[in-house]
Design a protein around this ligand. Structure first.
Ligand code: FO1
Length: 312
């Protein structure tokens, strides 16, 4: 069938890149991104929403392509001055990026919902598809580690470079998805799960009240964030053995999502092993490592074609 409305679950840099490819293939009104807010934190008096900003900057074409987060043509003069005052500088806040955090923090302080201020900022940057924070209320992913206690997410990921071994991932705060998120899932013909870390980018979305039941009522296609046993970016390849007690693989990702998936798009060469682990899962091979904007479009087309085949 030709697909109508698509709900896309996203977190991290890989999720944002495929969303960029999908946005180029679809009408803006067809595509809604439901974005992780478990990475969010309050830092230097500002509310920082890394996954929302990564998606917004990527779709606006202003993201720093090499880093994947933050803005291109950035400077860090404010951060230098903060350092002179002895403030924390381990989280690299750029001068132009600070404008986003100032606008968002002021709007929230005036009582606006995160959903509203996200829509305002995205519109100001000319972003077409709807970007929805998974929840309006604060939600925090925390990492229980073997040797360093329970850490805030950015402290673990950025400050400590994900070195402390993970024993468990915990979520604190909001358990409520927004009404907009629940409605977007109800109106979706298909749900696409981006090539994101399932533990810290997608689980914080699925665990919200009413989300998993609405997602599993629709055809769900996930794109594997693991290629030939390795993570394209980030700590995922080490988290799978630590948390699932098995080697990193696309099959391990499918197992983590349980019976949620109708299909999985994996890197060429990973099809056979994934199908061996999951005989009843539809598996499609594609080029899932996106090195260019052209790659994003090609992967988006492959995912959309596969999703259309799986939709009744
Ligand atoms: N990731 C880093 O590894 N180092 C940083 O200094 C850093 C700063 C930063 C500033 C704004 C922002 O929106 C994201 C930033 N990130 C940084 C990425 C952030 O840690 C995200 O949580 C990851 O991209 C995973 O989603």
């Amino acid at each position: 069938m030709t697909l109508g409305a698509i709900a896309y679950l996203s977190g991290g840099v890989g999720g944002a890149r495929l969303l960029d490819g999908l946005a180029a293939e679809l009408e803006p009104s067809q595509l809604t991104a439901i974005v992780n807010v478990g990475d969010d934190f309050d830092h230097l008096g500002l509310r920082i929403c890394p996954d929302l900003d990564t998606v917004m900057y990527t779709l606006a074409g202003v993201a720093d392509e090499a880093r994947g987060w933050g803005l291109s043509t950035e400077s860090f003069r404010a951060l230098e001055m903060l350092g002179s005052y002895g403030a924390d500088t381990w989280f690299q806040l750029g001068d132009r990026d600070l404008a986003t955090h100032l606008m968002r923090s002021n709007a929230l302080a005036r009582g606006q919902r995160l959903t509203e201020v996200t829509a305002y900022l995205a519109k100001a940057l000319g972003v077409g598809p709807r970007l929805l924070p998974a929840s309006d209320a604060p939600l925090r992913t925390r990492i229980a580690t073997r040797d360093a206690g329970v850490l805030d997410f950015q402290d673990w990921l950025v400050r400590r470079r994900a070195a402390p071994e993970v024993e468990a991932v915990r979520f604190e705060g909001s358990t409520r998805a927004t009404e907009e998120v629940l409605a977007a899932l109800e109106q979706a013909d298909v749900v696409i799960v981006g090539p994101s870390n399932p533990y810290v980018s997608i689980d914080p979305i699925l665990r919200l009240e009413g989300v998993r039941q609405r997602v599993q009522a629709r055809p769900v296609v996930a794109v594997s964030p693991i290629v030939d046993g390795r993570a394209v970016k980030g700590p995922l390849a080490r988290m799978i053995p630590a948390l699932a007690g098995r080697p990193a693989s696309a099959g391990a990702i499918a197992s983590h999502y349980g019976g949620l998936l109708a299909g999985m798009v994996v890197e060429h060469g990973d099809e056979r092993e994934t199908s061996r682990q999951h005989p009843d899962l539809a598996v499609r091979g594609a080029t899932t490592v996106m090195k260019s904007r052209g790659d994003r479009g090609a992967l988006a087309r492959a995912v959309l074609a596969f999703a259309a085949e799986l939709s009744p």
